[in-house]
Write a protein that binds this ligand. Structure first.
Ligand code: G3P
Ligand code: MG
Length: 249
């Protein structure tokens, strides 16, 4: 069995910040999770047309900002002026799309650990992986590195080629044939798998390949207990109010 890579991350990870309590992928969402004891958050990172890495889940702006259309086609100057909070509730009006730099600044001051999911716009998989890895390596120098994850193998390959030392994880909705070879071939230290696709045997197989196993998006107490009993290494959750890291470990 290969020795496991260093794993400095806690068990509980707040999804999209704490993206149900506050507008997802904004600094308000990270603060909401930290106020409830979460020491790590997952978030989605993409690129503007002029290669500014910033946080957004969807390819388009319409659901979570007052902008419209594809985000990848717009300059950072345009994106920076958008309201990314009012859609969630009036008290979040004026919340902005965070740059990766502003997230790193927040992390440096507050001790927050990050899982940065590479979320490329259409046709941007490799470029997103390479740019985010290079920028993140500079921003997190001297700190616990963020875990880079993606469903896009081209993004992970480009991140590896740009900054091999940054830890990576392959996101998987299903465990199709060849998942271990795919993750290990990309130099990943972990897989992040939809909870419905995981059981104790799959987790054991991953551990035997030297891979940690995280699961998304686990919001039910019974499912969290099942995965814990099966040997899972961490859970990504929206249920920040239900799962309290201080009491559950
Ligand atoms: O990174 C885990 C999870 O965030 C993947 O799905 O659509 O919420 O980004 P999604
Ligand atoms: Mg995500």
């Amino acid at each position: 069995m290969p020795p496991p890579a260093p794993w400095p991350y806690p068990f509980w990870i707040a999804h999209r910040g704490a993206g149900k309590l506050a507008p997802e992928n904004t600094l308000a969402a990270f603060r909401a999770g930290q106020a409830r004891g979460y020491r790590m958050a997952e978030c989605d990172v993409t690129l503007s047309a002029d290669e500014q890495p910033f946080l957004l889940h969807d390819a388009t702006l319409d659901r979570t900002t007052d902008g419209h259309g594809l985000a990848a086609g717009q300059s950072w100057a345009t994106l920076a002026a958008l309201d990314a909070g009012a859609w969630h509730g009036p008290r979040f009006r004026g919340e902005r799309l965070p740059t990766l730099a502003s997230l790193a600044e927040h992390a440096r001051h507050s001790g927050l650990l990050l899982n940065l999911e590479l979320k490329p716009g259409p046709g941007q998989a490799a470029r997103t992986g390479a740019v985010v890895a290079r920028v993140a390596a500079g921003l997190w120098a001297g700190l616990t590195p963020p875990l880079l994850s993606s469903f896009e193998t081209a993004s992970l390959a480009a991140a590896r080629d740009a900054v091999e030392a940054l830890p990576r994880a392959l996101l998987l909705e299903h465990l199709a044939t060849g998942w271990r070879e795919a993750a290990c071939g990309l130099g990943c230290i972990a897989i992040v798998v939809h909870h419905g696709a995981l059981d104790a045997d799959a987790i054991r197989q991953a551990h035997e390949a030297g891979l940690r196993v995280l699961s998304y998006t686990v919001n039910g107490a019974a499912e969290a207990r099942r995965l814990r009993a099966a040997g899972i290494d961490g859970l990504i959750t929206d249920a920040i109010d239900r799962f309290a890291p201080d009491t559950l470990g």
